[in-house]
Write a protein that binds this ligand. Structure first.
Ligand SMILES: [Zn+2]
Ligand SMILES: [Zn+2]
Length: 232
């Protein structure tokens, strides 16, 4: 880097016109050239000093920045940080299951509040996401299969306990969801799920519980009607 001619001082101190080894000329403030301890110390032009954005590879001219600053890269970095934070929080053996259960309950409440059109939009967006990332879907499915194969009984008994604890209204919603799964299976998933034996087993276990609860619910209704008849 070659100091050539002093540029008339501006409001922020003296500027020097300097030429980088690459041939580019740039006006740089004096303290950027002399104060060794500053993180902004310059040894070459902005282009030559730039580091690649770890997300997109674009040159990052501001050395204090970790990324290029584009909204897309900020979103990717934010999502990665949020995912890591959630993984850390849920890896706690005591708080983890509670955090996951609260999240699931929140998602189910939100889902119950959506209109039909909003749900269709959510399905569409998820399908688009999954079509764009088949390897993510395959990885998630493989992970779920291994997990279920290892914990099937535990998962089923937890589900039974959760259903036992539900209010009548919550149980009705759960049964509606089971019926919706059944319809979706008949319409779209059958060949897809059957080609994945583990997913099919999960589905059959869920439906077995669904039918058991449905029969129970019907019995309860009949018992109530019978009691009313006898009372009259
Ligand atoms: Zn240069
Ligand atoms: Zn970037």
């Amino acid at each position: 880097m070659l100091a050539e001619e002093p540029v008339p001082p501006g409001a922020m101190g003296r500027l020097w016109r300097v030429r980088c080894d690459c041939g580019v000329e740039e006006a740089i403030r004096q303290r950027r050239l002399t104060e060794v301890s500053r993180p902004g110390l310059r040894r070459a032009c902005a282009r030559c000093e730039a580091v690649a954005c770890p997300e997109c590879g674009a040159p990052v001219l501001n050395k204090r920045r970790a990324r290029c600053g584009s909204p897309a890269c900020e979103l990717i970095a934010y999502r990665r940080a949020a995912t890591a934070h959630y993984a850390r929080a849920t890896s706690d053996p005591i708080k983890g299951p509670a955090i996951r259960a609260a999240r699931k309950a929140r998602a189910q409440r939100n889902w119950a509040d959506l209109s039909k059109a909003e749900r269709a939009e959510q399905y569409r967006r998820r399908a688009a996401r999954e079509a764009a990332n088949p390897e993510v879907v395959a990885k998630r499915r493989a992970r779920a299969n291994v997990h279920y194969a290892m914990h099937a009984e535990e998962i089923q008994s937890r589900r039974a306990a959760r259903l036992d604890a539900m209010s009548r209204e919550e149980l009705r919603r759960w049964l509606d969801r089971g019926a919706a799964y059944q319809r979706a299976y008949q319409r779209r998933w059958r060949s897809e799920i059957q080609s994945d034996p583990e997913a099919h087993r999960r589905y059959l276990d869920l439906q077995a519980e669904y039918r058991r609860r449905l029969a129970l619910a019907r019995l309860m209704v009949q018992a109530t009607q019978l009691k009313e008849m006898l009372d009259e």
